[in-house]
Design a protein around this ligand. Sequence first.
Ligand SMILES: C[S@@+](CC[C@H](N)C(=O)[O-])C[C@H]1O[C@@H](n2cnc3c(N)ncnc32)[C@H](O)[C@@H]1O
Length: 417
Amino acid sequence: MSGLEIVRWAHGGEGVGIPREGALAGRVVFVPEVVPGDVVDVALSEVKARWARGRVRRIVRPSAARVPVPCAVQARCGGCPWMPGSAEAQGLSRRAILVGELKKRLGLGEEAIAARLEMRESPVRFGYRQRVRLRFEVDPRGEVTLGFTKQGSHTLVAIARCEVADERINAALPMVRRALSEMAGGQALAGRVTLVVGVEGVAGHVEARDGRELHLGPERVTLELGEHRQAVAPEGFVQANAQVTGQMLATLTAWAGEERRHHDGDPWAVELFAGAGTLTLALWRCGWRVVAYEVSERARPGFEHTRIASAQPPERARWHACDLALGLPLPAPPAPALIVLDPPRTGAADVIGWIRGAGARAVVYVSCDLATGLRDVAALAAGGRYEVARVVGLDMFPHTAHQEVMFLLRAMDRPAG
Ligand SMILES: C[S@@+](CC[C@H](N)C(=O)[O-])C[C@H]1O[C@@H](n2cnc3c(N)ncnc32)[C@H](O)[C@@H]1O
C-alpha cells in the first residue's frame, strides 16, 4: 500500500492510518516504527475484516513532529518506540488514547472528561530511569553481553548505554560487566540484573538462570521522590521514574489529605499491592494509619525500613504478606475509610468485590495498564457504587505508549463530611 498517512499513535504504541480509498478504505491499518504525520509505503502482513497490519517499506514524507533520536539501538531495542516523535506529539497521543479509553470503557462524555482529567508530563525525558532491568549472557571466555530483550521476541539487543537510564547507571555498566564475568567463573551464564540508583550510588541484584543471586553495591539506596525519601533494595519493586513518582506521591497526598479531613479520630486506610511502602509515605504524611497487603515477603524489611525512617510507630503501620489473587485474608482488616491500590499490569480483578463491600468513602486506584485499570475502575463504579471524581495521567515512561493513570473514586452514598 502506498502513501498512507499516519494519523496517530494507538494504545499499543503502533501508528495508525486509515486509507480513504482502495481495497482497505476505512479500515484501521496499524504500522509500527512511525510518527504521526508520516506518509509511508507499507508492506501489509495481516489483513482482517476491520483492520490490517504492515511494516514501513519507505517513508514517503517524514512528519514535522519527527526529532533526532539520540539512541544508537532505538530501532532494534524496541523499548522506546515513540522516541522519534517530539515531546508534544507524545503528550498529545497519550492524552488522546486516555480520553478515547475513558469514553469507551467508562462512558464519560467530553465535558465530564475535561472536568476530571489532568495530564502531567515527566520533568525529564532522558536519563529519567532510576531503575533498569537488563538481560545478560556471559560466554565461557568471560565476554559479557548486556542489553534488552526486543519486544515480542527473545533476541538480546546489546547496549553500551541506555539514553533513558540515569547517567550513574550507565557509568556503572563496566562494573556490572566485571561482576558478571567473575560470577560466571569461566562457564556460560545467563540471567537478568536489576540496577537502582539513589543518593549513595547504584545498587544491583543479579538473578542468574542457574538459580544463583548476587548483590552489587550498597544494600539499599535512598531515592528522592519529590518531598519524600525512601531507602530501597534492588530486589523489590521500585517505581521507574523518580520525578514522576514524586508527582504521584504529591497527587496522592492531596487526595488522601482531603479525604482525611472528613474523618474524626484516627482512621485506617487499606493499601493493596503495597510493596515496600512507597505510596504509604503519602498516606502517613496526611495522617492515616495504614494496613498494607503485598505478596512478596522480600518487601517486608523494606516496608519496616520505610516505617522507621518515616518515624511512624508500629501501631500506625501493619504490613501483611498475602496473595491478593486469593482475595483478602480473614480476619478482615479494620473497616477502612480509604482504600489505595497499585496493582501490577494484570490488575486487581480478584479484590474488586471486596473493595466494593468494604465501605470506604474513597478509593485511589493507580494503574500501570490502561486495559486492566479501566476494567477494574468500571467494575468499582458499576451500579453507581463509586463515581470517578478525578483522573491524572502521568508520563512515567517517556518515549513509550505506557501510561500510569491515577483514579480517585468517591462513594456515591457517602455521608456529607
Ligand atoms: C506496581 S507495584 C506497586 C508497589 C508499590 N505500590 C510501590 O509503589 O512500590 C505492584 C506490587 O504488587 C505486588 N503484587 C503482585 N501480585 C500480587 C498479588 N497477587 N498479591 C499481592 N501483591 C501482589 C508486587 O509484588 C508489587 O510489589
